[in-house]
Write a protein that binds this ligand. Structure first.
Ligand code: ADP
Length: 458
């Protein structure tokens, strides 16, 4: 069911329930009021009847019956009866339609002495009874009548309320529908706009409109999602372009060298020289592809399964040793920070190969971009809930406008073009750390060196 229909039905049901309750209340209170008013009238009639028969002793009942009927206004289908102490009708003849049982008469006699009176009802007939002690004897007077006027008023009221209720239902449903349509008006437009967005048109943004409501909030959220998607998509495209370019360079060189080798008959010394050159290019290609594979592995979402508890400090020491072997001139100092007597705990759930790769990249960069001072100071700190690894070098540093770009894939500073590398290392480090819930911060000053701080929450 569409939201518009759902909303208008819900609105109608709610409003109709309130209206129905209101109608029932009106009908019920009117009925009680009419009934009470009629009982009052019956009481007056009962008083008149008692007075007429019992107080005016001198007149005969027939004469008073005539007087009563002629001068006193009677009620519809009124029947007045007096019962003597033996519960026999006196002065009046018993009326079959309104026969009262002895139990009721006795009850009135013992509980409702005039001016108190007893109200009771049997079907349409309402009655009032009271015990009237008199010098002629003690009598129970009961007057009954049918409130035809009240009933017709009530019927009219019921009809008006029912018709009003039905008409209101229609009006409520229609207005509910109009309101719902009005409120959801922008949605079909949005659906239309979204349908026009494809991978090649991620630049399109939805029209947010002038209203500041939930729908415009939704549109704003969707637009920001589109923004992120577009940026990601562009990044992927740049990545593929850069990766292809980087891969093509050594490949083109290999093809060129092989063509040169095949161009004419060569001496074995020349062949050896060409093979050396091809080997160098093939190594470059191998390194690049390994970097890309590492990146693909880091992107893998199944990483959670590969997490094991690892001592981060041992991993840093291992990375330092590997780098010292690769760069024998380098000086790498690994120090533990003082932790106020607490036992430093460097255990962390991580993927060993990935994290080792990250530290190797960071240490290698510190050495590669060290100018003439290839020394790195690494400080390890573990608190109750964090682990921090601070890598300080004294190299060429990074300028302020480049510091945000160094984590982009294939980004390399102009200043380091002469050094080996493909610009993959730091983007890989960043990706690995984000997968392991770690963080990396850089502070650097050109000509003085850089500090890379890696931190993890335990
Ligand atoms: P690569 O090392 O292959 O150039 P990276 O992604 O590791 O690629 O680094 C990207 C760029 O960040 C480097 O080209 C360099 O300009 C800069 N950079 C990284 N680490 C350092 C550092 N310790 N000191 C100075 N510059 C650095």
């Amino acid at each position: 069911m569409k939201i518009r229909d759902k909303l208008s039905i819900q609105f109608t049901v709610l409003a109709a329930s309130i209206l129905l309750l209101f109608c029932i209340m009106i009908y019920y209170t009117s009925m009680i009021q009419l009934r009470t008013y009629f009982y009052k009238q019956l009481y007056e009639r009962a008083t008149t009847t008692a007075y007429t028969y019992l107080e005016e002793d001198a007149l005969s009942p027939e004469v008073y019956e005539k007087v009563r009927e002629r001068y006193v206004r009677t009620l519809p289908q009124e029947v007045a009866q007096l019962f003597d102490p033996d519960n026999k009708p006196r002065f009046t003849k018993p009326v079959a339609e309104v026969a009262y049982d002895a139990e009721t008469i006795n009850y009135i006699r013992s509980n409702h002495t005039f001016p108190s009176y007893y109200e009771f009802r049997k079907g349409k007939v309402q009655s009032v009874g009271m015990f009237y002690p008199d010098n002629q004897g003690d009598f129970v007077v009961i007057v009954s009548a049918v409130d035809t006027v009240g009933r017709s008023h009530l019927n009219n009221l019921a009809w008006i309320l029912a018709t009003g209720f039905c008409l209101s239902l229609i009006v409520l449903f229609m207005t509910g529908r109009i309101f719902a349509t009005q409120a959801l008006k922008p949605i079909p437009k949005i659906v239309n706009q979204v349908n026009n967005i494809s991978a090649s048109s991620l630049y399109i943004r939805l029209d947010q409109g002038k209203e500041e409501d939930e729908i415009s909030e939704l549109v704003a959220t969707f637009n920001s999602l589109l923004g992120r998607l577009e940026e990601n998509f562009n990044m992927q495209q740049r990545f593929v372009a850069n990766a292809s370019h980087e891969l093509r360079t050594p490949l083109t060189s290999i093809i060129g060298e092989i063509e040169v080798a095949l161009g004419k008959t060569r001496t074995s010394a020349e062949h050896e020289e060409i093979l050396h050159s091809v080997h160098k290019d093939a190594l470059t290609l191998h390194e690049l592809i390994s970097g890309l594979l590492d990146m693909a592995q880091a992107e893998s979402k199944k990483l959670n399964k590969l997490l094991h508890p690892i001592r981060v400090d041992e991993l840093v020491l291992e990375a330092s040793m590997q780098m010292e072997k690769k760069y024998p001139d380098s000086v790498i100092n690994v120090n533990y920070a003082l932790t106020n007597g607490q036992d430093a705990d460097f255990m962390l759930p991580a993927t060993r190969s990935l994290l080792l790769n990250a530290f190797i990249n960071l240490i290698e960069n510190a050495i590669k971009f060290s100018a003439d001072n290839p020394s790195v100071d690494i400080t390890l700190t573990a608190t109750a809930d964090t682990i921090e690894i601070r890598l300080q070098d004294y190299g060429i540093g990074i300028s302020k406008d480049e510091i945000d770009k160094i984590f982009d894939p294939f980004y390399r500073s102009e200043a380091v073009i002469a050094k080996s590398g493909y610009g993959i290392g730091l983007s890989l480090v960043k990706r690995i750390l984000s997968l392991l819930n770690g963080d990396i911060q850089v502070a650097s000053e050109v000509g003085k060196g850089s500090v890379f701080t890696v931190s993890f929450r335990k």
